[in-house]
Design a protein around this ligand. Structure first.
Ligand code: NAD
Length: 253
């Protein structure tokens, strides 16, 4: 297959969580590959920043300020794409609490954003692709947490495990229509989400994660964007129902 398999000229992509971190890097790289990119997020200011980066790169962006837990609003935004080729459901939040201190409202909120928000994006994308008979690619954002567990990660890990189940189930249901569905499960990536930790704790975590990686470093958002571009493009035409783990080779127990 020629390297032009990564060319997305004439395609349309929709990226949730596009105002920051991994979602922003995905939106910019998909635009650099030639796609018109619809960027959705709660953070209007961040969305404008992403749209400006895409414009500077010579690409085309549309912005949709929205909450991914609002199924109707998300569906309307996806419906503005005449033909949708790629959905990258990236929006998510971090939450950490020990199991014995986890409150119902913590669990509900994390499942609402990190699972239902992804589900709604997948449903809207799949409906659009089915209606237009587009052999599209849907990409969900899981996490290395689904392999490792980890203290404090009950709510976050449960939501991401549900995303993996959604990905495998939808891949099975959409395969006969030529629609592929895959998940990306990043390792530790330096983004505003991970930078919200206090500086000393962040430095310790990054040093630890770097030692765990044969590549000797933590990840950047662009590392994940390239995994997403691969899954979005024709280069992965025979790949569906898979979990891609760009994590620097950190060994999972
Ligand atoms: P980030 O905080 O930089 O970006 C997350 C984006 O999602 C923000 O722009 C935020 O406004 C948006 N968002 C949050 N809730 C939303 C909602 N209800 N509606 C619309 N937008 C909403 O974080 P990031 O590190 O770039 O994380 C992106 C995704 O990658 C998340 O799903 C996260 O769980 C996953 N992930 C991150 C890491 C990491 O180490 N950074 C590792 C594994 C998985």
């Amino acid at each position: 297959m020629p390297v032009t398999a990564y060319d997305l000229t004439g395609r349309t992509a929709f990226v949730t969580g596009a105002a920051s971190g991994i979602g922003r890097a995905c939106a910019v790289l998909l635009a650099e590959a030639g796609a018109t990119v619809h960027c959705a997020d709660l953070d209007t200011h961040g969305l404008d920043g992403t749209a400006a980066l895409i414009k500077d790169a010579g690409g085309t962006a549309r912005t949709h300020p929205l909450d991914v837990t609002d199924r109707a609003r998300l569906g309307e935004a996806v419906a503005t794409c005449a033909r949708l080729d790629v959905m990258a459901a990236v929006a998510g939040i971090m939450h950490s609490s020990p199991v014995l201190e986890t409150r119902d409202e913590d669990l509900d909120r994390v499942l609402e954003v990190n699972f239902k928000g992804v589900l709604y994006a997948c449903q809207a994308a799949a409906r659009s692709m089915l209606a237009s008979k587009t052999p599209g690619s849907i990409i969900t954002m899981a996490s290395g947490a689904v392999d490792t567990g980890g203290a404090g990660l009950l709510c976050y890990g449960a939501a991401k495990a549900a995303v993996v189940q959604l990905t495998k189930t939808l891949a099975t249901e959409m395969g006969p229509h030529g629609i592929r569905v895959n998940a990306v499960a990043p390792g530790w990536i330096r983004t505003p989400m991970t930078e919200r930790h206090d500086v000393a704790a962040q430095a310790r975590t990054e040093a630890f994660m770097s030692r765990m990686s044969p590549l000797g470093r933590v990840g950047d958002p662009e590392d994940i964007a390239h995994a997403v571009l691969h899954l979005a493009s024709d280069a992965s035409a025979f790949t569906t129902g898979q979990i891609l783990r760009p994590n620097g080779g950190v060994a999972m127990p």
